[in-house]
Ligand binder design. Sequence first.
Ligand SMILES: [Ca+2]
Length: 336
Amino acid sequence: MNNTSNYILTKYFSNKQKGVALVIVLLVVALVSVIATDLTGQLQRETRRSANLFDHQQARYYVLGAEKFAIAILQNNIKESPDRDDLNQAWATQGLYFPVEGGDLTGAITDKNRCFNLNSLISKSDDNSYKSNLDGIAFQAYKRLLVLLDLPDSLAATLIDWLDTDEQISSYGGAEDLEYELLSPAYRAANNLIVDVSELRLVQGYNNEVLTKLRPYVCALPEDGYFKLNVNTLDKDKPELLAMLIDKMSISIAETVLAERVQSGYDDLSSFWQLDALAGIEIDSSVKSVIQLDSDYYMLHARAQIGRGHKELRTLFKQVNKEKVQIIWRRFGTIQ
Ligand SMILES: [Ca+2]
């Protein structure tokens, strides 16, 4: 090979190496660009995620702040009015709205002595088992409530069996383990207190249609045998809760009784029982023991929206011995 050929070959390979190097550089630049873009995206996502978490955390603190505010209001209510609760008092103010930094906070307290406590259907006996009383006022009232809502009263029997400790069907239409074990998937009766009204979905006969009708009238307070209604706070649109107590009381009489109540409620029970609308109706002492002018249980529903974060809180309170306000349970989020 002569010198000229060597020169041409050297030049050829030198240019080829430069070309390969250029391609490699371009590839590296492209790769770095892709990595940089990805990192920027990740950083933006992380920044957004951190901001969302911060907003959620802020919203959580705000609803917990609302809970403290609710306790202070209820505590003050004990001091100012230990034996009487009505819708004119500060705790009953609905639709409170507080603009806060970065968003808003809303909250409302409702008393839970304006609904039928499902757990009143059973009582704990000396051997720590839960027993039902089919002759008791709670069972009789619940059966009447079902009928007033155009629901079958056999739903009272299935609920009693779901709650009571024994595995004996309480009355016609009841259901114990045997009925639930035949289902797919199979399960067993709780034989215990109901924690949330939504648990009724598991009880035989309580389908969506039943729950839609029943839910506004019932609650699940964590106390067996506890049946107490505050006539000063009963919803005027739910006369069934009054009519269910007395066999001879029609819905129209119950509506009249509730309509006559002024916003500040009754000062004493004797003036309530002496209402003209109740004249001629025999009131049993067991019914009188249910009707009260004060409440023990209250529910706070608070909601905070901060930026992209929001939090809902439901807290159940009890005024214990009219001395202090105790948190019974606290749930974040909406439970249906
Ligand atoms: Ca049972």
